[in-house]
Design a protein around this ligand. Sequence first.
Ligand code: HEM
Ligand SMILES: CC(C)=CCC/C(C)=C/CC/C(C)=C/COP(=O)(O)OP(=O)(O)O
Length: 320
Amino acid sequence: MSDASLHSTPITGAAAGEPDLRDYFALLKPRVMTLVVFTALVGLVVAPVPVHPFVAAVSILFIAVGGGAAGALNMWWDADIDAKMRRTERRPVPSGRVSPGEALGLGLALSGISVVMLGLASNIAAGLFLAFTIFFYAVIYTMWLKRWTPQNIVIGGAAGAFPPAVGWVAATGGLSLEPVLLFLTVFLWTPPHFWALALFVKSDYADAGVPMLTVTHGPDSTRRHIIAYAVILAIPALAIAATPIGGPVYLISALALNAAFIRGAWIVSRRSTAVAEADHFAAEKGLFKLSLYYLFLQFGALLIDASLRSAGLLPAWGWL
Ligand code: HEM
Ligand SMILES: CC(C)=CCC/C(C)=C/CC/C(C)=C/COP(=O)(O)OP(=O)(O)O
């Protein structure tokens, strides 16, 4: 048996059952990927080069397939960790309903298909960028950083931040300031998004031996990190408002959402574990939820400004 298959030995027995299509779909991490794919869609739509709707739809479809492929590779490699955490123990591989080989095969096949199809549908640069993104999540983050350093989320978070830039490259064939700012926004958003959650599922990571910041540096340090990232995040998020893809709707949303996110992070940063435990981590759970609304609404606002612009209702905008 290879190292890799040893690494992802599934639980068998009572927990195991016959797989159905839903198990294979679950390997693609569909819920998390919806937001990833939405950010890629926005990157593609707000780019200054108009894309034929069919090409746009096919490109987004294969970015979604690529994201799913990366999820399957992550679930293949992480089956041993997932088996030790309550949140993840019922996933298809640790529960024994899907074999590690099937998860690996699906991940590799969908990676190949998505990269080639995105390259054909849009351009080679976008295909290569998607391949790099899948590699970054499956290999750099999952196989290397996640088990090695508490900075796993910070560095590995880049994988989840590439998709809007992949969408932009699919439309334009190149990069500029705007996709870099979109990247930075998701990149700096990821640590507070994840650490807020890690504060209330801390014991799970400790049990699985994953060196999350909450485990290695403790909750107080994690709380300070959360407020620091929330404040720095506002810089690229607000800078986008000053570029040609910004607009009044984005500007107002960015001001309101960043203020709300900083406020939520500030409240979390001022709490002790004892206070948090007393109210069942209400503020931490609230911040995690807010993080999801934050990204969805911020990117949604860019779509609204782009629609206003293409309807001729918004003059040229931006000074960056
Ligand atoms: C290294 C980076 C990240 C880590 C470690 C992380 C971790 C997590 C975890 C552990 C959850 C809990 C629920 C679940 O397992 O589904 C979650 C939920 C979620 N994450 Fe992240 N996340 C990361 C990046 C991202 C990115 C880049 C996006 C989107 C742009 C995203 C979107 C979501 C969404 C939409 C949910 C809610 C899913 C649901 O409702 O079940 N995450 N994340
Ligand atoms: C287009 C493309 C290739 C996109 C990839 C997007 C990407 C990197 C998303 C990361 C989000 C995610 C599921 C993190 C979970 O981390 P984890 O695996 O440590 O969490 P877990 O404990 O839930 O498994």
